[in-house]
Design a protein around this ligand. Structure first.
Ligand SMILES: N[C@H](CCC[C@H](N)C(=O)O)C(=O)O
Length: 259
């Protein structure tokens, strides 16, 4: 079968993207997903995203981590919105479906403003924090995230008993200004540090914002800069959460794949 493959990156989190409105892609073939995401034997990416039709929505995004597991992906959703505009499915506003439910988003120049699912609460996790922003995130504040052993410590937490068997993503944070944080992330399903993690920086921004009575946080990641805006309710929940950042098409090409 010949497929038109696209690659997008959102602050360095990169994705193989397929217009699968024909539903021809064998989504149950996780070996194929893994192969396509393999950085040596395939196209190479942190994840793979299918765009499909869905009644009542402009489109549905189906996200796979590089290991074939599924979850909500914030950077991937921003790229899915940019890809859907490129395909002519949407103009500059959209209402689409992802694994964690419906999302609204807006294209503003090269940036995408993505509405994230509401967050019911922040939890303590020992000395650290845990937040589910559509994907599970452990959040640890550290002295100097730039020199922190992210992969070693991240893997340890990801595979630790409290998170078994599904695991969690792990984010390390150092404040670098009154309303700015530096974040590095170990991502479940990639099993490595990624250059940024959208649901992860959202989790970190909510914790930092809560601690400092902020409603907008700037985030620096190894892959680029993002912004998170949100409102907090009296019961400690969060809503109107926006993940704001760029998304870019970096490659397209056709390839025959055995299915
Ligand atoms: N690895 C995550 C999903 C992708 C999250 C990340 N790429 C993002 O931008 O949110 C998980 O298994 O929960």
């Amino acid at each position: 079968m010949e497929i038109a493959f696209y690659k997008y990156q959102g602050t360095g989190n990169d994705f193989v993207m397929i217009d699968d409105r024909s539903e021809a892609f064998p989504a149950q073939n996780l070996k194929l997903v893994q192969r396509l995401c393999d950085r040596k034997f395939g196209i190479g990416a942190d994840g793979l995203i299918l765009i499909r039709n869905r009644k009542g929505y402009d489109f549905e995004m189906i996200y796979f981590n590089a290991d074939g597991s599924q979850s909500m992906c914030g950077n991937g959703a921003r790229c899915a919105v940019a890809f859907s505009k490129f395909l002519g499915i949407i103009e500059n506003e959209t209402h689409f479906l992802a694994i964690d439910g419906p999302h609204d988003a807006r294209v503003v120049g090269d940036w995408i403003e993505l509405g994230m699912s509401p967050v019911s609460s922040l939890s303590n996790a020992g000395e650290d924090f845990f937040v589910n922003t559509g994907s599970p995130h452990h959040v640890r504040f550290v002295e100097d995230v730039a020199s922190y052993p992210v992969v070693k410590e991240g893997a340890e937490i990801r595979y630790s008993e409290p998170y078994a068997p599904k695991g969690t993503n792990v984010n390390f944070v150092t404040p670098i200004g009154p309303d700015e944080i530096h974040v590095r992330t170990y991502e479940r399903g990639v099993e490595d540090e990624t250059l940024s993690c959208g649901t992860g920086v959202t989790a970190c921004a909510l914790v930092f914002g809560y601690q400092n009575e902020l409603h907008e946080v700037k985030i620096k990641t190894p892959g680029g800069k993002l912004k998170v805006r949100f409102s907090e309710n009296a019961d400690g929940s969060f809503q109107n959460i926006l993940l704001i950042g760029p998304a870019e098409q970096v490659f397209r090409g056709n390839m025959k794949v055995e299915i």
